[in-house]
Design a protein around this ligand. Sequence first.
Ligand code: SAH
Length: 202
Amino acid sequence: MGFTIHGGFMRLRHLAMALSNLPPHPQRDASLEQYATEGDFAARWIAEVVEQGDLEKETRVVDLGAGNGILGIGCLLAGADSVLLVEQDPQCVHEYEGVEWLIGDVKGWSGTDVDLVIMNPPWGVQIAMADRPFLEAAFSSEAHVIYLLHSAKASHIENLAKSFDWGGEVVLSGSFRLPAKYEHHSSHQGMTEVAVWRFKRN
Ligand code: SAH
């Protein structure tokens, strides 16, 4: 299985392997709600972005709450023009050719020079509303399209998007493995249901 990008063919398995081999997210700071995306799911997500026609040679990508950068780097490998990784935890940062890091709070991001925002931010489960600064940053940015992974249980997302004049739909869903320290929040065996949203301006 694979997908085509800029006239070339990329195997999903190769993308998943490259992303699985990134330095792992340290996931050591519970207050930052660090639920890392696994390589296989990230690769499926990136393939969906390509299939939607949202990733072109000139696409400038910003990954908010990037962790080890798995989503932004996935976009880079699939042919994005530039990738900025915004992450507060300096322990997540590593050298990766072709990406830039903005180390600090998402509130410090300008929201400019961006076509596509991709993010799996904190969900606001540990700390109420921890997802809000991310949603607000994305919806008030210059981006044309936003991809967001959130808990499938979250019910506030569509209305919040609407209040910024964005509309969205779920384009991918799956199960997510939570780090052991969050397991008491999940229904069974540390798995929880997630949804990937795609938003466009109304
Ligand atoms: N996107 C990555 C990481 C998800 S976990 C992945 O999918 O694997 C959410 C990330 O957001 C963590 O790395 C956490 O450190 C970061 N984060 C939490 N609050 C933040 C804030 N206010 N500003 C910037 N990054 C933040």
